[in-house]
Design a protein around this ligand. Structure first.
Ligand code: ADP
Ligand code: MG
Length: 723
């Protein structure tokens, strides 16, 4: 019996179960062992009523009322009905053929109910629907467990540590539990080799692999389960760190361009800006210049809220590069590639760079999917000129044009530089390192890399996911910015907000309306609570509320081209109101848009709300942000209030991590780490320990020759990445 032995060798599987398991990515014994419980104790998750979804199983604690007995309309079956209410909402309960239930409970008593949430059409036209629990288990309890309706987690007590797993039809938690018992009895655990060196386990008092597997699936105490989770979290972060530290070391050892500028030269350039730079900007520039002098390729992440002035930092760094001649030459210039995520942004950067560099007559090129431009123009009265792409690329290749700005089209093989010394990547922090590799092509000297982002990332996450990058923060906005006036709006005041929007739009401004979903709920699957959708809201606003204005929409379902077109139209004032999902979060700049309305704000993370609000910060007009919520949960209101007051994205990202939990940062989807590792990111000590240990190992033994198990695992992980 080996970890990669197929499951059917240990337990009988029906073809249906086999299919269900493989749908969950489970084929081997090892896969089952790594299918960790999502929780213990309560067999189902304790939920707040407001977050119930049709089809899920849930446990709810709350007050019961409206107890009644009746008969079903057609078949005359006796039916008991009631409703249960917690701090977040109400839901109907129904029991068929159990008329006594209504007699068993007193109005207003506190109960625990458990069952499946179902959704049914109501009303004569079947237009609306309602959620209910059908035939739920019900029992009286003395009190609602602490924090239940807020935290989603009930109390677990030691005598009830039944593991709950992600399930699928045919594969219940119970089935997994029994399958694991068989695996444990097979003796396979005794032969497992632990990839984490034992000195590290000892140092941090972590259990070995086989102990941790037993403890996570069949813990005797909650503490054992916690320590086991901690070990697996450490393991995952440790491997991410090994990978990043190796990447970092390999980069550090490469040859690069040494760029030295005097303070006087830099001050002179920065002195041409129409504003004094902020302390944070100055510090970032100084750090970058130090990196440039060091002789090692820079790999740096510059993190700063929208409007914190990242472009000015990038321009200063560029200046030092393009005024430096190539090695062993007295004239000519080192070159810069500046990559933006969209055409609109690339064009914006092109225009700002012209402003920054025109006094120095430094040439700037722009290449996107739709063509090429060059500054300066030879034609009098024109700042830039359209030129053919091949012509522009020829000048880039000969080294005549030192700065090339563009979209993904920069990656194309036709784009060649003579002396590419510096790469700037805007808003694509996940790909920075990979793009450096692609952009430098066969150049044997490594360019420096600056990756810039407005996504607020908690420190632990940055240290992990971007462990191969150094971090600079712009944690201060330029002085004199009008903060966005943020208000939480009660549902009954919706009309007032529309009136304010109407006035703003009449005076020439534009507005965003953000909805959490694209389409109306898929009645089977999606969140049955009625979160507003872009489709419906666009229609409603256009037809019912703002007949006199043009309303358009944009969502993540559209192709990149469609999105660009929609944004361009909005920017050109072809519409007054843009209804969107959170796709407008990144990088879009429409200075004339001064209002943002966010529907169902409780459904967004704090950091995300902050980024959305940043969309209206660009303007010289007073910006407004109105947030709607139908949530009555005290915790949600608390969160939204902290958003109202906060000025800085980093604080909010940390607050999100603490309050909502790592899952809400979009671990798997956005950053490619498991839920268990995201949980660990709440623990800065663990992250630092994993980083330290990985660094020590890599510094001594970059190929991991004396750690064959680590090496095998890391290589395996990397092949998976490449696929
Ligand atoms: P980011 O890319 O970080 O969102 P930008 O670099 O685009 O921000 O800067 C936003 C705006 O603020 C630009 O119009 C820029 O000219 C201006 N700006 C940048 N730095 C300063 C500063 N120190 N003082 C005043 N305005 C600034
Ligand atoms: Mg920017």
């Amino acid at each position: 019996m080996e970890p990669n032995t197929p499951i059917e060798k240990i337990t009988r599987l029906s073809p249906f179960q086999k299919k269900a398991l493989s749908g969950m990515g489970i084929k081997t014994i090892w896969d089952v062992l790594k299918h960790f419980p999502t929780r213990y104790g309560e067999k189902n998750a304790v939920k707040s009523i407001e977050f119930l979804t049709a089809g899920e199983s849930a446990v709810i604690f709350g007050r019961i009322s409206n107890l009644k007995v009746g008969k079903t309309f057609k078949s005359r079956v006796p039916i008991s009905t009631a409703q249960i209410e917690d701090t977040t909402g109400k839901i109907k309960l129904m029991w068929f053929s159990q008329p006594y239930i209504a007699k068993m409970f007193e109005e207003g008593s506190i109960v625990r109910v458990e069952g499946q949430v179902s959704e049914r059409k109501i009303g004569s036209d079947n237009q609306s629907s309602e959620l209910s629990l059908l035939n739920p288990k019900i029992e009286k309890v003395n009190k609602i467990p602490d924090g239940t309706s807020e935290s989603l987690f009930g109390e677990t007590d030691d005598h009830n540590l039944f593991p709950t797993y992600k399930e699928t039809k045919g594969i219940s938690s119970n089935w997994i539990y029994h399958c694991l018992q068989k695996i444990f009895r097979s003796g396979i655990l005794e032969n497992l080799k632990d990839p984490i060196p034992s000195y590290i386990l000892k140092k941090y008092s972590l259990p070995t692999l086989s102990t941790a597997l037993v403890w996570i699936h069949a813990p005797r105490t909650e503490k054992d389960a916690d320590i086991a989770r901690k070990r697996f979290a450490f393991e995952e972060i440790f491997f991410v760190q090994l990978d990043r530290q190796k990447e970092r070391q390999l980069t550090m050892r490469e040859k690069t361009f040494v760029i030295k500028k005097t303070k006087k030269e830099m001050d002179e350039f920065i002195g041409t800006f129409p504003f004094p730079i902020t302390k944070a900007q100055k510090q970032s520039v100084d750090t970058i210049l130090k990196d440039f002098e060091s002789g090692h390729p820079m790999s740096r992440l510059l993190e700063g809220d929208v409007g914190s002035g990242k472009t000015a930092v990038a321009a200063s760094a560029c200046f030092s590069v393009v005024t430096t001649p190539p090695p062993n030459r007295e004239y000519g210039a080192l070159q810069v590639a500046y990559m933006a995520p969209t055409e609109i942004l690339a064009e914006q950067h092109f225009e700002s760079f012209i402003e920054y560099f025109k006094k120095y007559k430094i040439e700037v090129g722009l290449v996107t999917g739709s063509g090429a431009k060059k500054f300066p123009s030879k034609t009098p009265g024109e700042t830039w000129t359209k030129i053919s792409k091949p012509q522009l690329l020829k000048w880039v290749e000969s080294g005549q044009i030192p700065i090339l700005i563009g979209t993904h089209s920069l990656i194309q093989k036709t784009v060649k530089f003579k002396n590419l010394a510096f790469i700037i990547i805007d808003e694509q922090h996940r790909f920075g390192v990979k793009q450096r590799k692609e952009l430098r092509r066969k150049q044997d000297i490594a360019p420096h890399l600056l990756s810039m982002t407005a996504t607020p990332i908690p420190r632990t996450l940055a240290l992990t996911i971007f462990g191969d990058l150094d971090l600079s923060l712009l944690d201060e906005l330029p002085p004199g910015r009008k903060p966005v006036e943020t208000k939480i709006i009660l549902p009954q005041n919706r009309q007032d907000v529309y009136e304010s929007m109407r006035e703003e739009i009449k005076s020439g401004r534009q507005a965003y309306v953000i909805c959490p979903r694209i389409d109306e709920p898929d009645k089977e699957k999606e969140l049955a609570v009625n979160a507003r959708s872009v489709t419906e809201e666009t229609k409603r606003l256009q037809e019912k509320v703002f007949k006199e204005f043009k309303v358009m929409s944009i969502t993540g379902k559209m192709s990149p081209k469609e999105k660009e077109d929609a944004m361009r139209k909005f920017k050109n004032k072809e519409a007054h109101i843009l209804v969107a999902t959170s796709v407008v979060e990144v990088g879009v700049n429409v200075p004339n848009a001064t209002m943002i309305v966010i529907e169902n704000a409780e459904r967004f993370g704090l950091a995300q709300l902050h980024q959305l609000r940043g969309r209206v910060l660009r303007s010289s007009h007073r910006p407004y942000c109105f947030i709607f919520t139908e949530s009555k949960s005290a915790k949600t209101i608390q969160r939204l209030k902290s958003f109202m007051k906060a000025k800085n994205g980093f604080e909010l990202a940390e607050a999100d991590l603490k309050q909502r939990g790592a899952g809400d940062l979009g671990g798997q989807k956005q950053w490619g780490v498991s839920d268990i590792a995201m949980e660990a990111l709440r623990n800065i000590k663990m992250v630092e320990a994993a980083r330290e240990e990985a660094k020590n190992i890599i510094e001594k033994d970059i190929e991991l020759d004396s750690f064959p198990l680590l090496k095998a695992r890391l290589n395996k992980a990397n092949t998976i990445h490449m696929e």
